[in-house]
Design a binder for this molecule. Structure first.
Ligand code: 6PG
Length: 255
């Protein structure tokens, strides 16, 4: 298990932003572009702001970055709960990324299963692959984790956890307002080359220990379903979130 512990949320944001820059440079060199699925929720906002800051933004060739989302809430793009809006305010509106390289989930569509199919088609188009084939690989997948062990919009007990073919599905999550969402599914998440799970705050410490050091119970803690097929996964956490981890792991990560 790969885990990196930062002293606080600010330092965590910096570490994550610097890894974004390094991976962006490597991907552009290797494949001519950098494809990223962004995380929603609150935790990544500071990373996005740090990335858009004067210290880092010039180190990324934004003209070669394609942005996607791991999930979106079924609200209009301008709504305060929109993951796209959060990313736009913190990052997209502050860096020179071409509009056609921003592949947002149109989760506000009334027909949400159609919005999920629409997103799969958009991903296939952007990666120039067939929808009937294997899902493509994001160069970087950013995820968060809820205090209940969910990630993206994959929640405990949801049918979406068992989805083995579609890349995106619509879900209802009454336990996490706003309840209606579109999420990427496990098959495409686990195709990513690099996965970073950002976890900050003491309120997630017990869950983080259960996820990393407890029994394997993905039906209860869906983030445990994230296991890259060939890629690398690193947990980027702060000391508060790591505070319940058994010392061995904490000592190892702090080294
Ligand atoms: C969402 C997210 C979700 C998020 C976790 C953690 O749209 O809600 O994609 O999976 O990453 O809920 O959220 P916080 O960072 O706000 O704690």
């Amino acid at each position: 298990m790969n885990i990196s512990i930062s002293p606080d949320a600010g330092a965590l944001a910096r570490v994550a932003a610097e890894q974004f820059v390094e991976l962006a440079q490597a991907a552009v060199l290797a494949r001519g572009r950098f494809t990223v699925a962004l995380a929603g929720g609150c935790t990544p906002r500071r990373m996005y702001e740090t990335l858009a800051g004067p210290g880092l933004r010039h180190r990324v060739d934004w003209s070669r970055v394609d942005l996607f989302w791991g999930d979106e809430r079924a609200v209009p793009r301008e709504h305060p709960d929109s993951n796209c809006r959060m990313a736009a305010e913190a990052l997209l509106d502050r860096v020179p990324i071409p509009r056609q390289r921003i592949h947002r989930i149109r989760a506000e569509m009334a027909d949400r299963p159609a919005a999920a199919r629409d997103y799969q088609t958009e991903i296939a188009r952007a990666f120039e692959v067939k929808e009937a084939g294997q899902p493509p690989s994001f160069d970087l997948l950013l995820l968060g984790m809820g205090t209940d062990g969910h990630t993206a919009s994959l929640f405990a007990g949801g049918e979406s956890l068992r989805e083995g073919r579609r890349w995106a599905v619509s879900v209802e999550a009454p336990q996490r307002p706003p309840p209606s969402r579109i999420t990427l599914t496990v098959p495409i998440l686990n195709r990513a080359r690099e996965i970073r799970v950002l976890v900050a705050g003491a309120d997630k410490s017990v869950t983080l220990r259960a996820v990393l050091q407890g029994p394997h119970e993905p039906a209860r803690m869906p983030v445990q379903l994230v296991k890259p097929e060939n890629g690398r996964m690193i947990w980027l956490v702060d000391e508060a979130a790591a505070s319940a981890l058994e010392t061995a792991v904490a000592a190892e990560a702090a080294r």
